[in-house]
Design a protein around this ligand. Structure first.
Ligand code: HPA
Length: 241
């Protein structure tokens, strides 16, 4: 079953007809919210609000391990994660299907295998996003008549503060195109669980120093509002086919 993880601006999917809420407790604790199972235009899907519903967990407080294990326990076989991000090379308002990721987070529980009885596993993570799922997302974007940026590198920062202009220049020198706070360890946990995972990112602001003004929540919310309605269309189109 296809599962969606909604980030900032996508706490609920209004067009999802919820049939059941899985109140799951995993060996890693509870996920951010119950996993909703329902139908999106008649197609069964799962949905999880990454930051809780209502939005209470900051990026560094999210229990990513419980979230990913709960999605697996609820029957997820593919996961599309939605993220609001800052744009380094991509403009505000753009939808991005990143192809690579660099992890700048610290102190997060970033593996499922931390018990002495767990298998010794070093997963291959050369290509963090599933190529088939990315192709399906491209198809859905095309059918929805939307433009997107294909590829690019997502920088996962710790937050919750935004970056300095110098930090963004460093990320740019590292080859990053967008920056967000939630892509890791989420993406690697999906890999450890063996679940195909892809990211659909919405650029909600120019990253620090990329515009000659401060980044305000009002500016972010304005872009979120229109951008997330496009994201909803993409997800419904993807589920349909
Ligand atoms: N930086 C990091 N995370 C973000 C940003 C940003 O500029 N905008 C939205 N999420």
């Amino acid at each position: 079953m296809l599962a969606f993880i909604g980030g900032t601006g996508l706490t609920r999917m209004d067009d999802l007809e919820i049939r059941h809420r899985h109140d799951i407790e995993t060996r890693y604790g509870k996920p951010s919210a119950p996993v909703a199972e329902g139908e999106l235009n008649g197609v069964p899907v799962l949905f999880l609000a990454r930051h809780g519903d209502p939005h209470v967990w900051l990026p560094h407080q999210v229990n990513y391990r419980a979230n990913m294990q709960a999605l697996k326990d609820a029957g997820a076989t593919a996961i599309v994660a939605v993220n609001a991000v800052g744009g380094i090379t991509a403009p505000a308002g753009a939808l991005v299907l990143p192809e690579q990721i660099i992890d700048y987070t610290w102190g997060r529980d970033s593996t499922l295998f931390d018990d002495p009885n767990d298998p010794l596993v070093h997963v291959d993570f050369s290509w963090p996003f599933d190529p088939v799922l990315r192709r399906r997302l491209r198809g859905a974007l095309e059918r929805a008549g939307l433009q997107w940026v294909d590829g690019g590198c997502y920088a996962a920062t710790q937050g919750p503060r935004l970056e300095t202009a110098a930090e963004i220049l460093r990320l740019e020198r590292d080859g990053c195109d967008i920056v967000g706070m939630t892509g890791m360890p989420e993406a690697v946990l999906a890999r450890e669980l063996g679940i195909p995972y892809a990211m659909l990112s919405l650029v909600v602001n120019p990253a620090a120093g990329k515009a000659s003004r401060e980044i305000t929540m009002a500016e972010i919310e304005a872009v979120l509002h229109t951008g997330m309605s496009d994201v909803r269309t993409v997800l419904a189109t993807l589920a349909a086919g």
